[in-house]
Design a protein around this ligand. Sequence first.
Ligand code: SAH
Length: 357
Amino acid sequence: MQWNRNIRTLNNDELKAWLREVDEKPFRADQIQNWLFCRQVKSFDEMLNIPPALRQKMANQFAIRGLTEDKHMVSVDGTVKWLFKTEDDHHIETVMIPANGRYSVCVSTQVGCAMNCAFCRTAKMGFTRNLEAGEILEEIINVNWYLQESGLLDEEGKTAQVTNIIFMGMGEPLNNLENVHRVCCTLHNQKLFNMGRKRMTVSTSGIVPKIKELVDRNTPCCLAISLNSTNNEYRSSVMPVNKTWPIEKLLEAVDEYIRRTDNYVTFEFVLIQNITCTPRAAKELIRICAPRRVKVNAIVLNDGDDPTLHAPTAEEVEDFLAAVRAAEIQITIRNARGRDILAACGQLAYKKEGQKC
Ligand code: SAH
């Protein structure tokens, strides 16, 4: 199926090149991007300082709204989950998590996922395609529209806007690095979203060469790694990516990242009863973290489809955290948000009628 490229995918230089191609003035690129990313318009016709003929040319060649909202659900804790349909009729999910005047958006970067992690529901969808940069940016813009319409306010009493982006929705962001890089650059651009590097976090299951590429490209973002286990045998059994890039290789890439970016890395660590949430696992985690500039973000296992994996009890979680903290490793626990609407980590999946996932 052929569909028009999303205009929000283009960077400023590409937009200028296109304008030249269609005999228009390159200075229009800044105006157009202002409409697209600052005013976040829904149609070309809203671009009032752009001549109608140019608006028409854009409308003929580009999509300005690639995603349509199928539905959204609001959790009792204020988390909102959207189901969007792409132009080629696929479905993705986006989650907005409000907390203390901050609005974080968890974006999907692919339709489905190819990583096949045992505990994650997205894996059951399989992989369909990468999302375009414009589609990922539209996920964020759609959330801004929602914030505007619902009259939510920020800490200063102004209309709330998305403040943080986490690339932790459906898909493996580093397998779509070209587009994720574009998105981060657009978000970071002072003239566009003006979002600081620390407000964007890309999370990976551990694609080692792509971690190096992220550093080479100097993508404006922070890095989180889904470590989840410190044992190669177990990690390979639940995260097939570990068979290609085992923990030693992953840690080499982490060390290189820390050395070259002077930034810390976050290890995400899913707590699974009797497996990753044990005194021994805590000890192993300490061994790996102690010599490195890392923080740990523990996540209690959310219900997936694997009946053999269980969440630990509150006491087991407390013991684990206490053990790691005793070694002066920074560890926080990610509160599960939006579980009632299946919006929590590892719960994003779209089920077609009659399909099992
Ligand atoms: N593919 C990327 C981003 C998506 S997963 C990655 O692997 O990092 C986002 C986070 O959710 C990962 O840290 C993953 O380990 C975690 N996760 C997946 N399934 C989960 C589940 N059932 N319960 C808790 N966390 C889960």
